[in-house]
Ligand binder design. Structure first.
Ligand code: NAD
Ligand code: ZN
Length: 370
């Protein structure tokens, strides 16, 4: 490890680190979109930028393109229909061919403007186009800021499974302008907050207390910049030590084992990701109480903060426990692969455990119905 991320304390917050051999700079604050252009020399020596954006953030993408054009970098814009189905081969082909037609070259860069969908898709475009071009992430959802724009995982989906085709490709620069959250729907803001709660539990009682005391979202912008920066710094500390998830990086999946099961059992429509993670966190804490002696007060407090921000804390009717278990690969037939769970002794004290007893997992899901 090369000393871990360097984190500034002033706003805008700037975090600099190296992941593998790639230098990564993250800028977090209000009205910081101009940093894309101001820091461009460190991103790419090329003459063009391929700006891939979600159709719901056309204005932000227009601002980024204008800033790049102004500094003399030709911005080629490609929009992407909103929603998970855009993480597909058809969009990958469409975008890479648009890049080729526009003459985008190996020395140029891709700028992803959008939530995690566009970040994952455009990130994979950057990894694959001409065997890899520089990538800039401009996340526009809270989830993309605290999670998907950091760490270099990029992918598209197959009908057989989410994120089945992808690459690890680190962004050189990530610019998080909190002003763009003004247009993000409340439900999406809450979903991102579920991941923030996850970081609070993973990092420390201090961070958990700040998260637990958070007022209505989005809250004070300076405080939000600090909160986002602390989540990002946590993820970067983990990813710099374990880029390819051979161990530690798996800790970022707190709440995701059961959460993914719930998301899949609801056919990806009943709950969106953050909502399923809200429930998954509570299940993981329940199992942590039984296996690691976690004080039950943490679960009560976690449920309070999730509920306060509009996230579900009890599992709705119509989601069968067997369906959740099946989606987790835990139904009676499928015991072929080990179930890995991230558990806690206390906030900040994380353990990875294999194969928690089946009955305990079932009970934790059932107890979500209370
Ligand atoms: N690469 C990773 O490490 C990683 C981590 C977590 C999640 N993901 C991926 O991220 C995706 C989910 O990301 P998401 O929650 O950001 O979803 P998303 O990209 O679908 O964005 C959510 C919705 O908000 C809209 N939106 C985004 N920003 C907006 C803004 N500023 N104003 C108005 N509308 C806006 C989008 O159009 C979309 O309708 C999933 O595909 C998931 O697999 C990747
Ligand atoms: Zn998640």
């Amino acid at each position: 490890m090369v000393g871990g991320p360097r984190v500034s304390v002033a706003t805008p917050r700037v975090i600099e680190t190296t992941v593998g051999t790639s230098p990564v700079t993250v800028v977090i604050g209000r009205g910081v979109l101009g940093e894309v252009a101001a820091r461009w020399d460190a991103v790419s020596p090329g003459t063009s930028a391929l700006v891939v954006h979600d159709a719901n953030v056309t204005r932000v993408a227009g601002d980024v393109a204008a800033l790049l054009d102004h500094r003399g970098t030709r911005a080629v814009r490609v929009d992407v229909p909103p929603g998970e189905p855009s993480k597909c081969f058809a969009q990958l082909e469409r975008i890479t061919r648009a890049a080729a037609e526009a003459g985008v070259r190996r020395s140029d860069a891709v700028v992803a403007v959008g939530g995690g969908v566009v970040g994952d898709l455009a990130g994979f475009v950057a990894a694959a186009y001409q065997r890899g071009v520089a990538l800039v992430q401009v996340p526009t959802s809270l989830l993309a800021m605290v999670d998907s724009s950091i760490g270099g995982k990029t992918a598209i989906d197959l009908p057989e499974g989410k994120n089945y085709v992808g690459a690890i490709w680190q962004p050189r620069l990530v610019v998080m302008d909190l002003d763009v959250l003004d247009t993000l729907p409340d439900r999406e803001l809450s979903c991102g907050f579920a991941e923030v709660v996850k970081y609070g539990l993973l990092e420390s009682t201090d961070l958990f207390e700040r998260v637990a005391a958070w007022p209505a979202l989005p809250g004070d912008p300076v405080a939000l910049a600090d909160l986002v920066a602390d989540c990002v710094a946590h993820k970067l500390r983990v990813v710099t030590q374990d880029e390819r998830e051979s161990g530690l990086r798996a800790s970022l999946n707190l709440g995701h084992t059961v959460g993914h099961g719930i998301e899949a059992a609801g056919e990806y429509s009943r709950y969106n990701h953050g909502e399923a993670i809200s429930l998954g966190l509570l299940a993981a804490l329940r199992i942590s109480e039984r296996m690691c002696g976690l004080d039950p007060a943490w679960r009560t407090r976690t449920a309070d903060v999730l509920r306060a921000h509009g996230l579900p804390t009890s599992l709705g009717d119509g989601i069968a426990t067997e369906d959740v278990l099946r989606a987790m690969g835990r139904d009676k037939k499928a015991d072929a692969h080990a179930l890995n769970m991230v558990l806690l002794h206390a906030p900040g004290k994380v353990v990875l455990r294999q194969d928690p007893p089946h009955d305990m997992v079932v009970a934790a899901i059932e107890e979500l119905r209370a």
